[in-house]
Design a protein around this ligand. Structure first.
Ligand SMILES: NC(=O)c1ccc[n+]([C@@H]2O[C@H](COP(=O)([O-])OP(=O)(O)OC[C@H]3O[C@@H](n4cnc5c(N)ncnc54)[C@H](OP(=O)(O)O)[C@@H]3O)[C@@H](O)[C@H]2O)c1
Length: 364
């Protein structure tokens, strides 16, 4: 298991996957593809992408990168380079920093170009989260091509490097692909903890059971490092009567190290720390790992950051008939100074849960 990375300006995260899970030639080719990608223009509507074509013996057949909107994608550029060098990519491996696209834009789908070129294997660092562009890996796999993509296939280190390179683009593409639920469990006076920081339990068993069912239906459960330190939550889905199965990814957000003994780490390898304060990059980290639904369980500082960023798609507000009178509020400063600026939500439904009430709402 990796230790948390030190603070970094861009996306950074840790996970328990081994640093290298690819054959050495493909690992080196992906490193090279990242160098090539960096040659493309940054901060344009298109991502920087690099591609290396390998022969079955691991030698390089061609290299390419994307040079900006309207120019060939990295895969097409590498295929053209291989052709110019007189190399045939049939039976070889395409190593790409981003999942090949399947859409027909100005330059044609890369997944089809690789299929038609006869490559036998495709390796990519990051899945493409875009609704239109994603899915090239699945298309290639359906055509019988060996596909290895994403952090689990290429290792965290290379996936993180790819995300560092195109973090802002990836975050923009990922935002619509990840549904974020913000869960709060509050007193009638909107507090999530008592003055001494204790918060177990504000709500009763029926509300907690409901929250476990929600956890069981998402791909990731996310909290800030403050909550990890204050509550040491296990963050597992434990609904009554459930048969044990794979757990959602457990995600800690923040730069302070998560203690080695913290329960959130678990023992199943389903733990990630995103050492960023940017909700968009948190979502990018989630999307890179295939997360499509996530529940954000606080605490107040992380929840507030997501609300301020407009990065919440659904609220689950559990309200308990309790007063505390002091202690942390569920939500901090949102920059709202007058009632006209209030962040308003549309109530979808209200459920009584034992003594408590659940309000589910979506952006108005
Ligand atoms: N009742 C409930 O529903 C509920 C739920 C959760 C927590 N709680 C309670 O909330 C309290 C903890 O509150 P908290 O606000 O400290 O917890 P938090 O929001 O879980 O953690 C705060 C930490 O999140 C990190 N972070 C990530 N993005 C951030 C951003 N954009 N802005 C600021 N910080 C960001 C920072 O970590 P680094 O400093 O490491 O970078 C920050 O210190 C505990 O008492 C806990 O029991 C209650």
């Amino acid at each position: 298991m990796h230790d948390p990375h030190p603070p970094q300006p861009a996306a950074a995260g840790t996970a328990p996957l081994p640093a290298t899970v690819l054959p050495a030639a493909e690992h080196a080719a992906l490193r090279r593809a990242l160098e090539l990608a960096a040659r493309g223009p940054a901060d344009t509507p298109n991502p920087q992408v690099g591609c290396v074509l390998l022969a079955p013996d691991g030698t390089t057949l061609g290299e390419g990168h994307h040079r900006g909107a309207g120019t060939p994608h990295a895969e097409a550029d590498a295929l053209a380079d291989a052709a110019a060098r007189g190399h045939d990519p049939r039976g070889g491996t395409a190593v790409v920093t981003l999942e090949p696209c399947r859409h027909t834009g100005r330059t044609g789908p890369c997944a089809r170009a690789l299929r038609e070129a006869g490559v036998a294997r495709v390796v990519f660092a990051l899945p493409d989260p875009g609704a239109a562009e994603g899915g090239g890996g699945a298309e290639l796999a359906a055509a019988g091509i060996d596909v290895a993509g994403g952090p689990a296939a290429v290792g965290e280190e290379l996936a993180e490097s790819a995300l560092d390179l195109i973090g802002p683009w990836y975050a923009r593409a990922a935002r619509p692909a990840v549904h974020v639920i913000l869960k709060t469990a509050t007193t009638l006076d909107g507090r999530v903890a008592a003055a001494d920081g204790t918060s177990r339990w504000i709500t009763g068993p029926a509300a907690r059971e409901h929250a476990h069912r929600v956890r069981a239906g998402v791909d990731a459960i996310v909290v800030g490092t403050g909550t990890v330190r204050a509550d040491d939550p296990a963050l597992t889905a434990r609904p009554a009567g459930a048969v044990a199965g794979p757990q959602p990814l457990r995600v800690a957000v923040g730069r302070r190290p998560v203690p080695a003994t913290a329960r959130i780490r678990g023992s199943d390898g389903r733990f990630l720390q995103a050492t960023t304060h940017d909700p968009a990059l948190v979502i990018a980290h989630l999307a890179a790992r295939g997360v499509r639904r996530a529940v954000l369980e606080g605490g107040p500082r992380l929840g507030t950051a997501f609300l301020r960023a407009g990065a919440v798609d659904e609220l689950h507000a559990y309200l308990a008939p309790v007063h505390l009178g002091a202690g942390a509020a569920a939500v901090g400063d949102l920059g709202v100074t007058t009632i006209d600026g209030a962040l308003r939500w549309r109530t979808v439904h209200v459920d009584p849960l034992g003594e408590d009430v659940l309000l589910v709402a979506r952006p108005a």
